[in-house]
Write a protein that binds this ligand. Structure first.
Ligand SMILES: [Fe+2]
Length: 195
């Protein structure tokens, strides 16, 4: 299976040209590269199915797949202005609540989500070490209530908080890390920003 075979390989930047040629020689995998560290294009559908299969709260959870889709939508919208690394935002959407054990108070689910991402790294998905570090930080701290100055981590946290309406909580500007997140929170609606 091509996908699982190539996920085992990473190419340092010095081999990037050779790797690009190899990549383009496989038509079904000729997709844009997103970092100077050659990462295997992520099969998000496959990764999502792996994560859903282990998700303790099931497919209808308020912290489950429907929420993950909204976080991804919000995050990719925010990233257009914040400059966040999109692959990290998308992975955050999948992992951040994936190890929740209940629908209410579970203060350690962020760290468990970060550990889970680390556990699947290299076998189920491949990103650069710097991107993995951002992903782990974002998952680990997303319930802290704090804001973060890093544009990628801040975008992840804003994307999650902008979906609080699903549990009856109005997102507040004061808890947004990015300027775009604050604008959306002030407006009270995200839809006017979706073109
Ligand atoms: Fe969440």
């Amino acid at each position: 299976m091509i996908w699982s075979a190539v996920t085992c390989h990473r190419f340092p930047a010095r081999d990037l040209s050779r790797a690009r040629l190899l990549w383009k020689s496989i038509p079904c995998l000729a997709m844009p590269l997103h970092t100077k560290w050659l990462s295997v294009p992520l099969d998000f559908a496959h990764l999502q199915s792996l994560i859903i299969a282990q998700f303790p709260l099931g497919p209808n959870s308020i912290h489950g797949p429907d929420h993950w889709r909204m976080v991804q939508r919000n995050g990719l919208l925010l990233a257009k202005e914040t400059g966040a690394i999109e692959v990290v935002v998308r992975l955050f959407a999948l992992f951040h609540d994936s190890r929740r054990q209940n629908e209410s108070t579970d203060a350690e689910h962020g760290p468990r989500g970060a550990q889970f991402a680390r556990a699947l790294y290299g076998s189920a998905f491949e990103i650069s070490p710097e991107e993995l570090d951002l992903l782990e930080q974002a998952c680990h701290g997303h319930t802290s209530g704090h804001r973060h100055p890093d544009p990628t981590i801040g975008t992840c946290w804003d994307a999650d908080r902008l979906d609080l309406g699903r549990v009856g909580i109005i997102p507040e500007e004061a808890f947004m890390s990015t300027e775009f997140g604050k604008r959306i929170a002030r407006k009270g609606l995200i839809h006017p920003f979706i073109k």
